[in-house]
Ligand binder design. Structure first.
Ligand code: ADP
Length: 628
């Protein structure tokens, strides 16, 4: 704080991070500067909600309640813009805390995201500002200096002023009216925002469903309707879509919506939406959904923006509004959280939402496919957390398989219904991508026998699927595990090496690979490949192992069993070489190469140089042979 320039006016300096943030906002190009208006209206609306809430809880008589509203005044000639609300307002301390410092972690996230976005000629996507909760400052996209006049119920009025360049000033003023007025002169290149039509359109676009009337030069512009309170048949799809875009701050229409009106043990109305896409961080970041949820209204008053208690975590990507008459406005958040009413609403919502997914799957498979693609990984969380609905969630699961096309799905039910005669298990393989899995040697037997194998491409599957254990009494089994029943292929082994001939080969494999593998055994599953690696009964799925390695948690668990194909020419040739001279160093070179080749296919070969130099040795030997 420096000495005051004028009597009564104090100058304050922004903190370092704040300067950095403002500098970016002031000096960058933006793709949608218009969103400053959405941010200011949303702040006003929050301040008004707080007043409405306290009026209701303090039981102020209807007649004494002033109308809560937002007023926007424009002047095209002077390019002046003002927005005023009779919300809570701010005291001097609140002004400093709210507009002078970066109290929110959002700011740093915002800076990071801006850096990653690399502002180019097309400008910075101004939507970022809204996402990271640094909304107020977006006003510096359209002006060089902002004045905020504000007064809270019990304090003297204050005027805050800043050019966004490092400092701001505060002075005491004589303001009677509770609330906040933000005013500024628009930059020349932002003159459009002094135009009534332009501003009206922006309000319609972003703020049409704000809960308080917005007056623009004395004309009311927004609708202020509680869409969810209407009859299902009255709600138009376009309206629902617009409402979704407003509450979810999404630029796309929702994939689908659901209107609920329940009367009975508990009474509530809800309007719920499925977004088309999941935000990136929602999928794999733990806890990303923790603090999300629909908006909670109690008797027309918004109580919580994101009410996580309304839904279990695995459904919190569902957006929308839930309104009930059964909760009291006076209760604290903790009581709301633990109230039996809340628990009941949550239980009913969960059932209804799952039924919604089921009917999408039935009636509109393409829509369901789109939904599953976006949120499949999220709803899988429910398998291990919501045991009441587990069976239903299992029915919703979809997998690619060796019998579906790329990006197409099969359900467990369908899989079981088309199983081979005599097949007792459901088979799956996990991997990074479809192509890699299809070329896995462990697949050969299944392909030859025409047995369907589920291809688990979603990284969370390896955690979720084993926990299902069995479906319709058929155990779920990874084809990479060693204890699979291969009886169906027994008669195929006519031209395989007999026991006496394979035994010395296996012995040399074991000697050569020593403690790199747990064991070397004769294979019954291979058709076209000479060798393959499989897990023992108790080893981890290779995908889980890879993930643990990435998290630096790999341990000694990883030893595999090498299976050797007694029908393969390479193995037969090796058996011949063993009979001639089992000290021939070439045999060991070949064995190491086969082993590392199997690692390579699995995606777990680490040093490639040895592999390549050994391969060159082998090619050299082969070309020498061919020459002579
Ligand atoms: P956010 O709205 O995401 O919290 P902002 O930077 O937009 O971030 O606003 C910072 C804070 O300033 C708000 O949280 C609020 O406390 C206060 N504020 C902004 N505008 C108003 C207003 N019109 N009335 C009362 N308080 C406001």
């Amino acid at each position: 704080m420096s000495d005051s320039k004028q009597q009564n006016v104090q100058e304050f300096e922004y903190k370092a991070e704040m300067k950095q943030l403002l500098n970016l906002i002031v000096h960058s190009l933006y793709t949608h500067p218009e969103i400053f208006l959405r941010e200011l209206i949303s702040n006003s609306s929050d301040a008004l909600s707080k007043v409405r809430f306290s009026q209701l809880t303090e039981n102020i008589a209807e007649g004494d309640v002033e109308e809560l509203k937002i007023t926007i005044t424009l002047d095209e000639k002077t390019r002046s813009f003002a927005i005023e609300d009779n919300g809570t307002g701010m005291s001097e301390e609140e002004l400093i805390a709210n507009l002078g410092t970066v109290a929110k972690s959002g700011t740093l996230g915002f800076l990071q995201a801006l850096k990653e976005q690399q502002p180019d000629k097309s400008g910075i996507d101004a939507n970022l500002i809204g996402q990271f909760g640094v909304g107020f400052y977006s006003v510096f996209m359209v002006t060089d200096e902002v004045t905020v006049e504000t007064k809270s119920e019990d304090s003297q009025g204050c005027r805050w002023r800043s050019t966004g360049e490092g400092t701001y000033t505060i002075e005491k003023i004589d303001r009677q009216q509770r609330g906040t007025k933000i005013s500024f002169t628009l930059k020349e290149d932002a003159a459009e925002f002094a135009g009534e039509n332009r501003v009206e359109n922006i309000i319609r676009k972003y703020s049409n469903f704000v809960d308080f009337p917005i007056q623009l030069d004395n004309k009311k512009v927004n609708s202020v309707i509680a869409l969810w309170q209407q009859q299902k048949s009255e709600i138009k799809k376009e309206e629902a879509n617009e409402f979704y875009k407003f509450i979810a701050v999404d630029y796309q229409d929702p994939l689908d919506y659901l209107h609920l009106s329940l009367e009975g043990v508990v009474n509530f109305k809800a309007l719920l939406f499925l977004p088309k896409e999941a935000p990136m961080d929602m999928l794999y970041q733990q806890g990303a959904l923790e603090n999300h949820g629909p908006q909670l209204y109690v008797r027309k008053v918004m109580i919580q923006h994101e009410c996580k208690d309304l839904l279990p975590e695995y459904l919190r990507f569902v957006k929308g509004v839930v309104e009930t008459e059964d909760l009291s406005l006076n209760v604290s958040r903790e009581v709301v959280q633990n109230s039996p009413v809340m628990a009941k609403i949550r239980q009913i919502l969960t059932t209804k939402i799952i039924a919604w997914f089921e009917s999408l799957a039935q009636d509109d498979p393409e829509k369901f496919r789109q939904f599953y693609k976006a949120f499949g990984p999220v709803i899988k969380i429910g398998l291990n957390t919501d045991f009441t609905n587990r069976e239903k969630l299992i029915e919703l699961l979809r997998f690619e398989s060796t019998k579906t096309g790329d990006g197409e799905y099969v359900t467990l039910k369908e899989y079981v219904s088309r199983m081979q005669e005599g097949q007792k298990e459901v088979y799956y393989l996990s991997g990074d991508n479809r192509q890699q899995m299809l070329s896995n040697p462990n697949m050969e037997y299944f392909r030859k026998q025409d047995i369907e194998v589920l291809l688990l491409v979603d990284p969370v599957d390896v955690f979720v699927i084993p926990s299902i254990h069995e479906y319709d009494k058929k155990p779920l089994k990874s084809i990479e595990k060693a204890d699979i029943d291969f009886s169906a292929g027994e008669d195929e082994k006519k031209d395989a090496l007999n026991e006496n001939m394979i035994e010395p080969v296996l012995r040399i494999f074991k000697e050569t690979l020593a403690d790199k593998v747990e064991d070397v055994v004769e294979s019954h599953r291979l058709v076209n490949s000479p060798v393959t690696l499989v897990g023992g009964k108790d080893t981890m799925d290779p995908q889980i192992e890879k993930m643990l390695k990435m998290m630096n948690q790999a341990d000694a668990q990883g030893k595999k069993i090498l299976e050797v194909n007694p029908s393969h020419p390479v193995i037969k040739n090796l058996a011949g070489l063993c009979m001639l001279n089992d000290n021939d160093p070439f045999i060991r070179t070949a064995i190491n190469q086969l082993y590392e080749g199997a690692l390579l296919l699995e995606g777990s070969l680490e040093g490639r140089a040895d592999f390549i130099s050994r391969m060159n040795d082998i090619i050299e030997a082969a070309t020498r042979q061919a020459k002579s």
